[in-house]
Structures are given as structure tokens and as C-alpha cells.
Design a protein around this ligand. Structure first.
Ligand code: F0G
Length: 457
């Protein structure tokens, strides 16, 4: 499609799901009923659902065909061997351990290598990763580069690890760090990519301290595409080769196939270390299942195996990253502050900048997210003080940023859906100075954003 300005969706639609717009009054009532927590809504009452890109993608005709082919043998199913081969083609780790989703891989890994007294650095841990680290008794620390703290900063790789801080952390906590994690792309920090150069340098530091390096690789293909677009010397390369370069720098990975597996469920843990693999498989059998299916059905393994080949296709990735950038351009044109430059799977509205009148501890992200739903039935997700503000010791502190993530499900929405979202956001932005914050009425002990109830101030 060279020579054309329009980058089209490289697929056509075979099966459709109706969506419907409710009235403002209905949405106001529904918000009250769920304590202003968008996770509590019936998704039938959402028009454009940008809550997450996780497990919400559309599968291809090939994947549906694979679902039919799925072999449900308890042990040694051909579907497992196809899955394992597809994973190893991109991530040639010695051991692949299938799980029902990413956090199951995290739970197993941190149960084995975490524990009290341990410290686990990352560029930025995602919420479930942080929660699993902390649940094991270990401490999770985020060491992303300083540029990531400034939403308007245009650094091309705002997911990069701060190498100086990593070195200091490894020196300070010598002997207590069982693994260093790098999240690609950096979801909590704006879907921002990590460069190959930064991964290489991180690897070098890990080697000096004899600490293994793991990838949280949920959005590996989007990260690889952004490397191809933004990193000097990478422009002509094939994405699968870039992915293999990323994998070669690591000793293992956790993965949610609900993102760049292009599947609705699934994940895995992969490691090179034989003894670590043995201990993880023991836990796998206890909590997930036999090592040739983990937490998955044979049909899921097929869908993921096929998804992994489709997700590294250049036409797909060009469209995918363009669609995200397009939403970013529309919001920017409406004068809405967003995390720059636009990353992989989502556009992040800088709610703290949009609503400076709302203190972080009154949750500007929650105010903007609920306003988007009220205005146009668009559901986004607060990624800020609601999600990260409660520390394990009980203190409440402002998160680094207060964002609203508009995550784009893969292959689901068309350009006119995106245009509509931008219109809704523009209307919300026009009355942003009048928006008010929230207080929390009730919250659970951890991962409070899923079930907390709010009251408007
Ligand atoms: N790591 C990252 C970077 C993630 O974004 C997620 C999930 C996980 C791990 C856990 O994977 O959901 O399969 O257990 N992120 C979703 C999101 C939920 O909305 O960003 P999971």
C-alpha cells in the first residue's frame, strides 16, 4: 500500500456485534449504581469500550479455524506442540510453561523467586505484576527514565530503564534481587516502548551483578514495531528478527497472550534455567494444570499459536500503530493533553493537566474517566492514584501520573469509532474546568481500582 496516504485496516469484517448508545440519564443512573467504578458496569451499557486491550481483540478466520482443530488431549496434544513451536520461533527459551493468563505466570514465578526481603526492579511494574511481587512479600521498585514522568516529553523510548538508578538499586540491594524485569511496552507509563539499545545496556548491568533479566512481554510486537520506526539502524528489519533480538537479551519472560497473542485468553512463563523451570512446573500442576496445557484448552493453544504469527505481520502492525497514533492526533487537535509521543496500544489522557483543579488524592483520572462515560458511553481506565496510590504499608500517596487510558482492542473498532471517541473527549475537555473529584467510600485490601466505590465531591 505504498504511495497512499490512507493506511487501511488490513482485514474485512465477517461477523458483527451490535452496540447501542444509552441516554445521558441512563448512564448517570448506572454510574451511581456502581459507585462510579467503571469496572462495575455491564458492558452492554458501554458504547465504545476502551477499558482494556486485554483479551478484547477480534480473532481471525484462521484462528477460528484453529479453534476447531484444537486437540483436547490431557497430555501431549498436537495443539500444545504447535503452541510451543510458535512461542519458541519468537522467544527461543528452553522451557515454555503455559498459563491461563499473564498474572498466573507472574504468580508462579514470584512464588518461586520472590519472598520477603527480596527486591524486584522493573522499568515499571504493571498493577498485577506489582501485586504479585508484593503478595510474595518482596518489594517492587520502578526505575523508568526520568523523561517518562513528564507527559509532554517527546523521548522516543519513554519505557527505557534508568540505567544509573538500576545500578544503584543493584548495589544497594546486592544479593536480594532475584530478577530484573523490563515491561515491553511500558503499560503503566503510557504504552511506551523500550529500545534495543536500552535492553542491551540493562543486560550488561544485570550480567555484572549476576542477576537474570526477564521480559514482561505482553506487547512485544508493538514494542518491536516502535523499535523499527524509532531506533536508528532498525528501519529495514523484519519484526520477528527484532523480537528475537529482544528475547536473546533475556533469561526468561512472562506473557499475557490476551495482548500480542491476539487471543481472548492465555499466557505463558518461559525460562532458560532448568531448575527454575522444574520448580515452576510443580506449582503449575498445583494451580493451573498439566505442563502441556497449563490453564488452557487445546483450542486456546491453537488460537495463540496462529495469533503469534499474525501479530508480527508488518501490515497488521502498521495499521495497529497508526490507529493508535490517529486517536492521539485527534485528541491533541482538540487541545487535550496526552502522554507524548503516542505509544502502542492506547492513548493516555493526562488528567492531572486537564483538571488541575482536582488534587491527585481526589482522583482526576477517575473524574475524567467517568465524564467520558457519562458524555458518550466511552469507557476508559484510570491509571493513576486510584490504581497505584495505596502503598503496602497503608499510606496513600499520589501516583507518578494521573492518566486515563483509552486502550484500543485489536482489530475491533474502525476509524469512525475513533472519530466518535475524539468528539466525546473534546466535549469532556470543554467542561474539564468544572469537573470535580471523588472520595473513596470503600476499597479492598489490594488492587483497589477493580472494586472500590466512589462518591463525587
Ligand atoms: N503485564 C502487563 C504489562 C499487563 O499490561 C498485564 C495486563 C499483565 C502483565 C497481566 O496479564 O491480564 O493476562 O493476567 N494488563 C491488562 C490491561 C489487564 O488492561 O492492561 P493478564
Amino acid at each position: 500500500m505504498n504511495g497512499y496516504r490512507t493506511i487501511i485496516e488490513p482485514f474485512r469484517i465477517k461477523s458483527v456485534e451490535p452496540i447501542r448508545l444509552t441516554t445521558v440519564e441512563e448512564r448517570a443512573e448506572k454510574l451511581r449504581a456502581v459507585g462510579y467504578n467503571l469496572f462495575g458496569l455491564h458492558s452492554d451499557d458501554v458504547l465504545v469500550d476502551l477499558l482494556t486491550d486485554s483479551g478484547t481483540g477480534a480473532m481471525s478466520a484462521e484462528q477460528w479455524a484453529g479453534i476447531q482443530r484444537g486437540d483436547e488431549s490431557y497430555a501431549g496434544s498436537p495443539s500444545w506442540y504447535r503452541f510451543e513451536a510458535a512461542v519458541k520461533e519468537l522467544f527461543p527459551f528452553r522451557h515454555v510453561i503455559p498459563t491461563h493468563q499473564g498474572r498466573a505466570a507472574e504468580k508462579i514465578l514470584f512464588s518461586v523467586i520472590g519472598g520477603s526481603g527480596k527486591v524486584i526492579p522493573s522499568n515499571t511494574h504493571f498493577d498485577t505484576t506489582r501485586a504479585n511481587v508484593e503478595h510474595s512479600g518482596a518489594e517492587a521498585i520502578d526505575l523508568v527514565i526520568g523523561e517518562a514522568r513528564i507527559p509532554s516529553n517527546q523521548h522516543p523510548f519513554k519505557g527505557n530503564m534508568d540505567l544509573g538508578r538500576l545500578e544503584s538499586a543493584l548495589t544497594e540491594h546486592r544479593g536480594k534481587v532475584p530478577v530484573v524485569f523490563v515491561t515491553v511496552t511500558n503499560n503503566s507509563g503510557g504504552g511506551q516502548p523500550v529500545s534495543l539499545e536500552n535492553l542491551r545496556a540493562t543486560r550488561k548491568i544485570c550480567d555484572r551483578f549476576s542477576v537474570p533479566l526477564f521480559l514482561d512481554a505482553c506487547r512485544f510486537a508493538e514494542n518491536a514495531w516502535l523499535i523499527r520506526e524509532r531506533e536508528p539502524g532498525q528501519h529495514e528489519r523484519a519484526v520477528p528478527d527484532i523480537v528475537r533480538d529482544m528475547a536473546a537479551l533475556a533469561d526468561g519472560m512472562t506473557m499475557s497472550a490476551k495482548k500480542d497473542g491476539l487471543a481472548n485468553i492465555g499466557g505463558w512463563l518461559a525460562v532458560n534455567d532448568d531448575e527454575l523451570a522444574r520448580r515452576c512446573r510443580e506449582l503449575l500442576i498445583l494451580t493451573e494444570g498439566f505442563p502441556t496445557y497449563g490453564g488452557l484448552a487445546g483450542r486456546d493453544l491453537e488460537a495463540i499459536a496462529i495469533g503469534l504469527r499474525e501479530v508480527v505481520d508488518h501490515d497488521y502492525l502498521r495499521y495497529r500503530l497508526r490507529a493508535t497514533a490517529y486517536l492521539g492526533e485527534q485528541l491533541r487537535a482538540a487541545g487535550i493533553p496526552i502522554v507524548e509521543p503516542v505509544g502502542g496500544h492506547a492513548v493516555y489522557i493526562d488528567a492531572r493537566a486537564l483538571c488541575p483543579q482536582i488534587e491527585p488524592l481526589q482522583y482526576p483520572g477517575q473524574a475524567v474517566a467517568t465524564a467520558l462515560y457519562l458524555e458518550g458511553g466511552v469507557r476508559g481506565c484510570e491509571i493513576g492514584t486510584v490504581m497505584f496510590g495505596r502503598r503496602p504499608d497503608g499510606r496513600e500517596v499520589p501516583a507518578m501520573l494521573d492518566l486515563v487510558r483509552l486502550a484500543i482492542p485489536r482489530r475491533v473498532y474502525t476509524q469512525s469509532h475513533v472519530d466518535f471517541v475524539a468528539e466525546v473527549a473534546a466535549k469532556v475537555a470543554a467542561r474539564a474546568p468544572q469537573l470535580k473529584g471523588f472520595r473513596i467510600e470503600s476499597e479492598p485490601a489490594s488492587l483497589r481500582h477493580f472494586t472500590a466505590r466512589f462518591a463525587p465531591l
